[in-house]
Design a protein around this ligand. Structure first.
Ligand code: PLP
Length: 420
């Protein structure tokens, strides 16, 4: 990257932000503010490339919120939402488990020093080679939702601990996962019987209410269905011991929709009714967005500008777009919010107090494709080529699905620590 990183005084000196290579070498971060880090990075000479900054203190803060709101539920971070190695190390140190969906994700988590019993292979339809990799690496806990998957598991990992994923009503979620995965309640009995005939170790039930869930009661229905599966399985001789309530939890900094605390309070009371502590059932979850969204912000540079006369407006061209980090607009149905960061060459410490007039503006990604529109119509102060725009809460389903279309590289990440 051509973003200038001020050189460190000594190999082990502390800096207000570090690149991935530096942080992995064990260098430590001194407490610093987001604005300090952004100012250093954007105002550095020749600074041009877009970049993420990630606040490691915010990762820890999310974990603290989880533990205080849902103390009975052990989170397994959904790596797909952001496979950032520092994020994985931080969460591993904080004691979470991990939800992996492929051989590569499993390897990433194992390479971070996490033991295989802290991983759930949460993909109900697994390529055989990935299943074999899970067996070779002793990742035994995994989901399934159909009969053919049971035959595959019997053939390649007969002593796996299998978890039946059921479908949910996810009609109020941004990304509906039950269109593709999850056994219907009608098919549950047959699947339990098949597992029994194959002498497989059925240990639990899982579900996913859909990513970006906007319905605080979605979990209630899914938990009631899970209870039914526990009771059905008991009739076939299985004493299930694991409940996996999946992902779908919003980031506490989400600007609209149902709040995490409302969902958490509902889950606490339903769990206490349906799965009382006395039953000693292990309860886990697979949150992705909840952990990964808010620690990451994306700074983009204005590389070109076009003035339109009718209607009077500006078109700004930036160096990350929908084929890159902003793929969340397409795949994750997100709306992103631009904030002025550097205007006419001056760093903006308090965007809320900008007094300059605003103009109708649109923001476009760097590729040659007109679908590459990041914000189609908003009011912004006038920017100039070389200025910067900030997008906050950009850590979930952004860099993880970014392509290099048209030769534009993914935005690198710099890490800082906002906490003293
Ligand atoms: N678990 C599974 C199986 C998923 O497919 C997903 C997202 O697609 C997640 C967990 C994470 O969901 P979220 O980021 O909404 O918490």
């Amino acid at each position: 990257s051509s973003v200038r990183v001020p050189s460190l005084d000594a190999p082990n000196s502390e800096s207000s932000y570090l690149s991935i290579a530096e942080i992995m070498e064990g260098k430590t971060l001194v407490p610093s503010s987001m604005s300090q880090v952004l100012e250093e990075l954007t105002m550095a000479q020749d600074s041009e490339d877009s970049f993420f900054i990630a606040d490691v203190a915010q990762i820890a803060e999310q974990h603290k919120i989880w533990v205080s709101e849902l103390p009975r539920i052990h989170p397994h971070f959904a790596v797909k939402s952001n496979p950032d190695p520092v994020m994985i190390k931080m969460l591993a140190n904080l004691g979470t488990g991990f939800d992996c969906a492929s051989k590569t994700e499993i390897k990433l988590v194992l390479d971070a020093g996490v033991s295989p019993d802290r991983i759930i292979y949460a993909h109900p339809c697994k390529p055989t080679s990935h299943l074999v990799y899970a067996r070779q690496n002793r990742v035994s806990l995994m989901t399934f939702d159909n009969r053919n998957e049971l035959y595959k598991i019997k053939a390649h990992y007969p002593d796996a601990k299998i978890v039946l994923r059921i479908s949910t009503d996810d009609s109020n979620s941004l990304c509906r996962l039950s269109l593709k995965f999850g056994a219907s309640m009608d098919s549950v009995q047959e699947l339990i019987e098949t597992a029994h005939e194959l002498d497989l170790d059925l240990v639990g039930v899982s579900f996913h209410v859909g990513s970006g869930c906007n319905d605080d009661t979605a979990f209630t229905k899914a938990l009631m269905d899970s209870r039914k599966v526990f009771d059905l399985a008991a009739k076939s001789g299985y004493k299930l011991s694991l409940l996996d309530i999946g992902g779908g939890f919003p980031s506490p900094k989400q600007k609209s929709g149902v709040e995490f605390k409302t969902i958490a309070s509902n889950i606490r009371s339903v769990l206490d009714d349906l799965f009382p502590v006395s039953e000693n059932i292990r309860i886990i979850s697979e949150p992705g967005r909840f952990f990964s969204s808010s620690p990451f912000s994306l700074a983009v540079n204005i590389t070109s500008k076009r003035q339109i006369n009718s209607p009077a407006s500006f078109m700004y061209y930036i160096n990350d777009g929908v084929y890159g980090s902003f793929n969340c607009i397409m795949f994750d149905h997100q709306v992103v919010f631009p904030e002025p960061l550097v205007v006419n060459g001056s760093f903006i410490h308090h965007p809320e107090s900008i007094s300059s007039p605003t103009f109708q503006s649109s923001i476009w990604g760097p590729t040659c494709d007109s679908i590459d529109c990041v914000v189609s119509d908003t009011q912004l102060p006038e920017f100039f080529v070389g200025d910067w725009i900030l997008f906050q809460n950009m850590g979930a389903y952004t860099g993880s699905a970014a392509s290099k279309f048209n030769g534009f590289d993914a935005s690198p990440v710099y890490y800082y620590n906002s906490s003293s």
